[in-house]
Design a protein around this ligand. Structure first.
Ligand SMILES: NC(=O)c1ccc[n+]([C@@H]2O[C@H](COP(=O)([O-])OP(=O)(O)OC[C@H]3O[C@@H](n4cnc5c(N)ncnc54)[C@H](O)[C@@H]3O)[C@@H](O)[C@H]2O)c1
Length: 334
């Protein structure tokens, strides 16, 4: 059985669905702070619990024969982390230590961890490879890097096997239209634009148009959430088969799109014009983050299949069909 922490969240729900479709038995632990019970595949076991609560972890590990863990639970808003670093270190670092404590106690040795490109901070080169310097510029990124260090120390001292996946910007939704991105408030770029174009938000805000990038707005690498989910399966299988352990992989498409370009793609796909407001830069936003994911291609045998238009089209479809998120009538979950 595979334990997925944060399996009711945006990326977690896609990972759970992919695992189940590959015939894995899955137990999810999620405290539903930002996740949704409706997003959890009905075929998974769901435990509403908190990684900050040791009793909840005891219940999960003593009840289910967990062989591997995919650890996605955490808080993931850069600006919120700048305002509330205590909350971020508590939610991300302390929770992860609790989880690892129980993995050691129950001799569960394999973990895939959701890290982030924010560990790189402001990179020197255009394409970021795994060996680029890590110098996070916000508490969110630092919390992820601290967990990476903890995993490395546990691997040396206790024989833990880990694979760290540093995602770039997850976007889009499962093509079935059953699950998608439902964050409140929504701060991610693509859903924010799409929701505006659907008439669900007043305008689109560009934070900073004085960056040294191709059109002065921030540049990001967007990766379809189903491509990400697929990478988790590949990583988990390598760990369970004892082929690869204690490695870090970037997961991105290797294509950088500026905020203005993404607005343009969303306008093209929706056939509507966006109302755009320019605001000051936000603290903690690096100008450009684009992945070199060659290592994942070669060693995990993973390659993203969806392009930027597929990503935006799937996001558009999900938000059009779920204007109030999971409260809009999705009935595939519980
Ligand atoms: N979305 C992205 O673009 C992106 C990029 C890089 C890394 N990540 C990482 O991927 C992971 C998932 O991101 P997401 O976008 O799906 O976020 P999300 O907020 O949708 O999912 C996180 C899930 O974890 C749960 N959770 C949070 N704290 C918990 C706790 N203490 N105990 C139990 N459950 C808890 C939440 O309820 C939620 O369901 C996060 O770790 C995030 O840092 C995301």
């Amino acid at each position: 059985m595979i334990l997925v922490t944060g399996g009711a969240g945006y990326i977690g729900s896609h990972v759970v669905k992919s695992l189940i479709n590959k015939n894995y038995n899955v137990v999810v632990i999620d405290n539903l702070t930002t996740g949704h019970i409706e997003a959890v595949d009905k075929r998974a076991i769901f435990v509403q619990g908190d990684l900050e609560n040791l009793k909840d972890l005891e219940i999960v590990f003593s009840t289910y024969p967990v062989k591997g863990v995919i650890h996605l639970a955490g808080k993931c808003y850069v600006q919120e982390s700048v305002l509330h670093p205590l909350m971020y270190y508590q939610a991300n670092v302390v929770s992860s230590i609790n989880l690892l404590k129980y993995m050691l106690k129950y001799q569960v040795n394999n973990i895939v961890f959701s890290s982030s490109c924010s560990v790189y901070g402001i990179p020197n080169s255009g394409y970021i490879a795994e060996n680029a310097a890590t110098n996070p510029i916000n508490p969110y990124g630092r919390s992820k890097l601290i967990i990476e260090f903890i995993l490395q120390d546990f691997a040396k001292a206790y024989g833990l096997n880990y694979i760290i996946l540093r995602y770039f910007n997850a976007a889009g939704s499962d093509l079935s239209g059953e699950i998608g991105e439902d964050h409140n408030p929504e701060t991610h770029l693509i859903p924010s634009i799409v929701r505006h174009l659907l008439g669900l938000a007043e305008k689109v805000v560009i934070y900073g148009d004085d960056y040294q990038t191709k059109d002065s707005t921030c540049v990001r690498d967007f990766i379809h959430v189903s491509d990400l989910a697929n990478a988790h399966i590949k990583a988990l299988e390598q760990l369970l088969q004892g082929r690869i352990a204690n490695e870090i992989f970037n997961l991105g498409k290797g294509e950088g799109y500026s905020v203005k370009e993404i607005i343009g793609y969303c306008e093209k796909i929706s056939g509507k014009r966006a109302i755009v407001e320019r605001k000051e830069r936000r603290e903690g936003d690096p100008p450009g983050l684009v992945a070199c994911s060659k290592k994942a291609y070669c060693k995990l045998g993973w390659k993203p299949v969806y392009n930027i238009e597929d990503i935006i089209r799937s996001a558009w479809q999900w938000h059009r069909n779920h204007p109030c998120g999971y409260q809009s009538g999705y009935n595939g979950g519980r």
